[in-house]
Structure formats: structure tokens, C-alpha cells
Design a protein around this ligand. Sequence first.
Ligand code: 6GU
Length: 286
Amino acid sequence: MRIDVVTIFPEYLAPLELSLVGKARTAGLLDLRVHDLRSWATDRHRTVDDSPLGGGAGMVMRPDVWGEALDTLLGEDGEDGEDGEDGEDGEGAVPGPAGPTVLLVPTPSGDRFDQRTAERLAGSRRILVACGRYEGIDSRVADHYRARGVQVLEISLGDYVLNGGEVAALVVVEAVARLLPGVVGNPESLVEESHGAAGLLEYPVYTRPPVWRDQEVPEVLLSGHHARIARWRRDRALERTARRRPDLLRALPADELDRADRAVLEALGWTVDDGGVVPQPGAVAD
Ligand code: 6GU
């Protein structure tokens, strides 16, 4: 997979040389390139922003500079770029692992970025991350590339405001890279984690020593009884999810809940019916 990140602060992306993502790059599993938006600016001061039309505070990033940057980068593999060597609209584009090119635009007004989005992005051939600063990028940029057939995804990390898209770029690259084949050493560790297929938060985990500062590890985990351990973990995952993320609980498909699951949920004030998982009448989550 190839990922290009365009930003006015290339140094912000330095952590992507470390740890798992750094290793994925040196192992050739991920072709990650960081670009300085200002290299596409044309004036003496390398200006990338201007005041908002219609008035208001702050500055808006100029569409012409972004257009030059994105045309250049999209053109580099012949897909969706005017300068591509391979013709138009991806016809004859370099064959990649799978999937299309995605233009990712981090913005607090985007769709919420989640594990499903990360999984979807991990199936794409190329991701281009356009990091905005100030009040964001002129809206015509996303519209233009969408109209040209590029998949444009505007994503937000959550309900708070950051100064720019760079942190989101770090988040997305890490979340996607660890899903690429060969990046996480033991692929089993991708199975049982929070926000995995089960739709539950992960159960609490422990390691040695079995007693630490007077706190004992739950006895069942030392029992060697695999079925009981699995049940205990499932119960704790249900409990945690009910307390911390009732929104996830409501989204659970009822047909994936066994009798033991239902008993745990009942004890926590929830009930499972045709409508799915819902709070018991009068319960706190109602
Ligand atoms: Cl993706 N960008 C900015 N600037 N702020 C955010 C965000 C993104 N997600 C949450 N807040």
C-alpha cells in the first residue's frame, strides 16, 4: 500500500518512522511519503492560505495550491491524475494489491473515523491524506476530486477540535498499517481486541505476578480451564461495554448473543428482544 501525507508540518509525521509503522516501511509493506504543501505554493512567501470569503475569523487553505499538490500526487500512478502516463481515470493504472485510491481529508466536521473505516481503508491501494490547518481547506477541493471520480473521505477523530489534520493522519496511518498483512507479528492479536468483530470492548487483561500490591489476578485465569476463561472474559467484555459504551451494546445483533450473554445483560439492566439490546423499562440507560 502507498500512503501520501500532505501537510505544512512534515516534521509532525516523524513518529511514523518508529515502532510498528516504521518497521512496516523498512520491510517494504508500506510505502509512506510525507510532502510539504508549501512546495506547491507559487509566490515568494509560499502562501497556502487566504481570508474566508463571506467574512469571519481565521484563514482558509487555498484551493489552487492544494489542486497542484493533489494533481501531482494522484498523477504519479496514472490514476485520477491529469499528468498520469497511463491514460485517464485509472484505465491502465499500475495494478496494486486491491482497491481504489482514497483521498482522506481530516476535519472536525467529517464522518467519525472508526475501526470499520480503518478496515475499509486497509483494502485500498493508495491513500492520500490532505492535512488542513487553520479553518480548513476550501470546500471546492473535496468536491472537485469527488466529481473526478476519486473516493473522498472526510473524517473526524471525535467531538473536539484540533489545530489541524496531522494528528488524524498519525491516527489513520497507524490504525490502517496494523491491519496490513505481515505488519502485526501475530495476526491473532487483531481478533479479540476492542472494536473488533464482536462489537464489544475488550475484557481486562493481566500478567505475572499473580499478586501485586495485594491485588490478586482473578482466579479463573490461573485455572487452565479454557471454556471458563472464555466465558469469564466474555462476561467482563459485556459488563465493560454496558458501563462505558452503551451505544455499542445497543448495536449488538441479538442473534449473536447466547443464553449466558443474555443473563449477564439482564443483570446489568438490559434486555434482549426482537428490537435488539435495549434497556429494561425504567433502567438507568433508558
Ligand atoms: Cl480530523 N481535525 C481537526 N482539526 N480537529 C479534529 C479532528 C480532525 N477530529 C477531531 N477534531
